[in-house]
Write a protein that binds this ligand. Structure first.
Ligand code: SR1
Ligand code: MG
Length: 394
């Protein structure tokens, strides 16, 4: 398919001629600000300071230039629209969608900071565990068929089929870290034997990961963000915004929760091995897990009100299984960011090679324990205890 990507001048003309967002008599400046693997992101600012963000999907993947359907743009837009009904303050406001150009115009969230960078810096805004747990509970529970009309929910499952983006995760998260069949893994020098022993030659672990992969592929529980790492979350003293919804699809709720927990853990382990103050991040990890479980129950009570599904025993089992899935997917995200090629700067920016080797081993050993024991880890403190114990072994 031919590329339809606009260059900066074309984008500027497009916005001035097709939308009433800017005063046409003033100059506008277009700057590319995206650094992701998938799409292109621009900030467009008028001389009077008014600004917007434009996200455009090309027919080729930004990182590797291989073909990728632009359907992802429509799914991103529709998923943001749906989620903003439940968490309006946490989704950038949407101004325009162009189906032909796969282009979304949205609020500029430039006054918020990237959460990965904040955590590396040691900054945890006081509302954050509460905000993230609300985002998770209010986006995950209402889109299940315990709340939605059953027919409408099945239509949504169909609409949000996202085979190409899911395929990326099925490979990068659930397959390649255990079988490097595409030869794309990047293992830090010094950890090759460790990775072979712990991952490539670990059939017991692989069985657990296959179960989680099967659930990812077949359990259409709710509409997921699908790639909810700390680079997709932006925070300020007053609130947070979640971006990059192109991986949206119907899958197990625990996948989004597990991704958040794993990505907080990278910054925690970074601080631990660098012997930096980590108490704020430890508390953040613990409260994010505990508050998410609590709010899933509250939102269940608030939204699940038909007389067949609002059953206390069922509710407890349902939330318990979301939380154990979360621990499992936390583990798979932890592992894939260490051995795969989509790494996280929390770990790659550890400049002392011995510290980095140690951090990677702590991440992998913690993850393996979490995956294999996911049904018995039931509190944020237990998660921290696992990491602390593994840390003590190195
Ligand atoms: C080719 S895409 C690599 C990774 O970047 C995205 O943000 C997802 O995490 C994906 O796995
Ligand atoms: Mg992303």
């Amino acid at each position: 398919m031919k590329s339809k990507l606009l260059n900066k001048n074309e984008l500027s003309d497009y916005l001035l001629n097709n939308l009433q967002l800017f005063d046409k008599t003033l100059k506008i400046d277009v700057k590319e600000i995206g650094d992701g693997n998938i799409n292109y992101v621009f900030r467009i600012r008028s001389e009077n300071g008014r600004s917007f963000v434009v996200k455009q999907s090309d027919t080729l993947l930004r990182s590797s230039m291989r073909p990728l359907s632009t359907k992802r743009s429509r799914l991103e837009y529709e998923s943001m629209k749906l989620k903003s009904k439940f968490v309006p303050d946490m989704i950038p406001e949407l101004f325009h969608y162009d189906e032909k150009l796969s282009l979304i115009v949205m609020e500029d969230i430039g006054s918020f900071c990237n959460l990965r960078e904040l955590l590396i810096d040691g900054t945890v805004h006081s509302h954050l565990a509460s905000s993230i747990s609300s985002f998770l509970a209010y986006t995950l529970i209402p889109m299940t068929d315990l709340v939605m009309n059953r027919t409408e929910k099945k239509e949504k499952v169909g609409f949000f089929l996202n085979p190409e983006l899911c395929d990326i995760s099925e490979d990068l998260v659930f397959t390649e870290p255990y079988h490097d069949y595409k030869g794309r893994n990047i293992i830090t020098e010094g950890n090759e034997e460790f990775v072979a022993n712990r991952l490539y030659n670990n059939d017991e672990l692989k069985a657990h990961v296959l179960y989680l992969k099967d659930r990812f592929m077949n359990y259409a529980q709710t509409l997921l963000h699908g790639d909810l790492h700390t680079g997709s979350i932006f925070s300020s003293e007053d609130g947070m915004k979640v971006i990059d919804h192109e991986f949206a699809f119907y899958g197990p709720a625990g996948y989004d929760i597990g991704n958040v927990l794993a990505n907080i853990t990278f910054s925690l382990i970074r601080k631990m091995v660098l012997k930096e103050e980590y108490n704020a991040i430890k508390e953040f990890l613990i409260s994010t897990f505990d508050l998410t479980e609590k709010k899933l129950k509250l939102v269940f009570d608030e939204y699940v009100n038909d007389k067949f599904s609002s059953n206390k025993c069922f509710k407890d089992k349902y939330i318990e299984s979301i939380m154990s899935d979360s621990i499992g997917y936390m583990g798979t995200e932890l592992i894939r960011r260490i051995v795969g090629d989509a790494k996280v700067i929390d770990i790659t920016k550890i400049s002392d090679i011995n510290c980095r080797i140690k951090a990677e081993r702590i991440v992998i050993d913690s993850a393996i324990y979490l995956i294999m024991n996911r049904e018995n880890i039931k509190s944020g403190m237990r998660i921290f205890n696992v990491i602390e114990k593994v840390y003590g072994e190195y």
